[in-house]
Design a protein around this ligand. Sequence first.
Ligand code: GAL
Length: 363
Amino acid sequence: MSISDKENKMIIRITRRAAVLLFAVLFAAALMTGCGSDSGQRRDGSVRIGVTLYDQYDTFLSELMNSFNGYVDARKAEGVDIVTVRQDAAGSQSLQNDEVAEMIENGCSVICVNLVDRTEPTPIIDMARKNDVPIIFFNRELVEEDLMQWDRLYYVGADAFQSGILQGEMATEYCKAHPEADKNGDGSIQYVVLEGEAGHQDAIIRTEYSVDTMIQKGIILDKVGYAIANWNRVQARSKMEQLIDSSGTGIELVLANNDDMAMGAIEAYEGREIPQEEWPVIFGIDGTEVGLQAVVSGKMAGTVYNDKDGQAQAMEALAYALATGKPLQNLSLPGEIRLEDNKYIRLPYKKVDQKAAEEILSK
Ligand code: GAL
């Protein structure tokens, strides 16, 4: 039986329409697969969030991650199918770049990156942009020009200037209220600074603003030493022992860029069996569990609370919204906190004296 010209044309038309339809279906399916879709939603409706840390043994970050996991669990309890994939970059930027590549390949809808080297975010930004996977950088702040490289890059953290100013204010208030802090009565306070990592925004800015605030508020300072101890308790202890050995009990104030290093200083005095009355006044920053306990016990004169819980809440809320394509303006954030310039979420620091430390620990 032969097919007429008319029937032939009709068959061609139907075949073309079927091809167009098939193409449309395949295209839509491709958009919904993995994290390459507009909304970031995975095909099975689940949310997969990648997290990579510069060093999983960092005390403050471990506590921040515990809080973050709590928010993820709460989301699960609401019935959301959400998983987190967590990696430790162990201090290597190239390892972290590989981890991000793997997370993208494994279908993460969004990745939270605690950069090892905050001056080297470009390989991660390039991969993210190419695969349309948004990135939330946190805690280790990249420069603004880098964050502007693509509109789906965000930063969650705090304002380093504020932590330095608050520490300087607390130390000033203490010195004014306790003239005996000037142990040798020479009218100036002999001090040392224990600094975090060289090149870290928090280390550079905290050191500068803490000292400047004290000077501006009328305290005469005399720097007798400083040491870089990379946020680390053990390193701080050994650096502080060297400082004690070179200055004896002449140190009157220790300004530590974080609580772990303040704890290292305390251990150095304890290790040298120097009675507590002869110790300098010691201030930290972070309000970690051990830091708060040291404030309560009086070994540390005060600390500045680095709001790990607020940062964790903000990071989870932003990650979830990005992964599910929800609007970013209605994120559930603590207090008055907002997403600024569609890029930044910063949580405020708070001064912590003995009473405040007790309150935080009892929550
Ligand atoms: C700081 C914190 C330090 C350390 C560092 C790591 O904000 O105060 O304790 O965790 O981040 O980047």
